[in-house]
Design a protein around this ligand. Sequence first.
Ligand code: HEC
Ligand SMILES: [Cu+2]
Length: 334
Amino acid sequence: MSDEQKQLPVPVEKASTPVPRLSSPAPIHTHGLDAERAAKIVKQSGSSRAAALLGIAIVTLFVIVYTFYDQGLPGVTGSARLDAAKEEQYLETVTRGYNLFQANCARCHGAQGQGGIGPVLNDQGKLLSHLTPAYLKNVLTVGGRYVCGNANSLMGVWSDTNGGPLNYREIEELIAWIRSTNTDTITVTDPATGARVQVTGWRDAAYVPAADATPVPDCWSDAFAASPTPAPTGGPSVAPGKTYSIVAQGVQYTTMSLTVTAGVPFAIAFDNQDLGIPHNVAIHTGSATGAEVFRGAIFPGIAQQTYTIPALAKGTYAFVCTVHPNMVGTLTAK
Ligand code: HEC
Ligand SMILES: [Cu+2]
């Protein structure tokens, strides 16, 4: 055998059976995939598909439920989470405003905003067109002189941007309370009794002024100036029997009671000692809420005027300042 012959590869015998075309050859390694194992794999992938479907179903259901929870049920107002949170936040603001009002403003404007030393605030016409949020903000920032231009206004500046004691948030809260409506119910501590009570806002959201209602004047005291002073009744001027004196100082009458003779006209010398503040003397039967039988002219201090008053029947009367409902005294005719 030559060397040449030695290096030739060992001749390979050709496979006698041809491998069919377009098909893979029979696998060499089976990985032990017998029929049982294959069935198991098919089953497993089936159950993981079911698990995925279940997951998708849960997420979908959650999204739907969450949407209704968040956005509210269609047609059910206030069921939306965000709206409910907003409403709660708003009522919280109103409550703070109520407390600020009782602490800082009620002594002049009355606990119910009914007026006193300061003008009435709870009037519907006023709340509708005059006491707008922008106006309230201006008054509280500039102070009472913004209202009628009275430099001696009893009401000072409230906003701390102008040297007052309240910050912008407290101003907002006060405005929220003054503007709140009778559909806003809050639970507060009544400053007078200390009891927890429910109160509603002053403003009637549905209020529509009468067609012939006089517009609210920009300056509250113009409303009094414009009101006609009833002319003294009782024929040709009868010389008044006696002159009594009433003094107003510090938005108070210093004379608290007066006794006059019934059946004879008399005079009241009224001395208004409050610089720039309008006062008068009006006489009402019974109490301050009784019928008005006489109204003296309203004029700012410091000044004096003498009113001539027709004879009064025996009884009890109240004398009040038309501008300041907190100024009340008792008048007895006997
Ligand atoms: C010392 C008494 C006093 C206090 C306290 C007071 N005010 Fe006044 N307020 C007045 C007087 C007086 C006026 C009228 C302004 C003028 O003509 O001088 C007035 C005017 C107003 C007006 C304008 C009313 C209108 O008809 O245009 C508003 C609004 C007001 N006050 C809100 C408040 C608020 C809110 C507080 C509490 C933070 C407050 N006031 C505290 C006395 C007071
Ligand atoms: Cu007065």
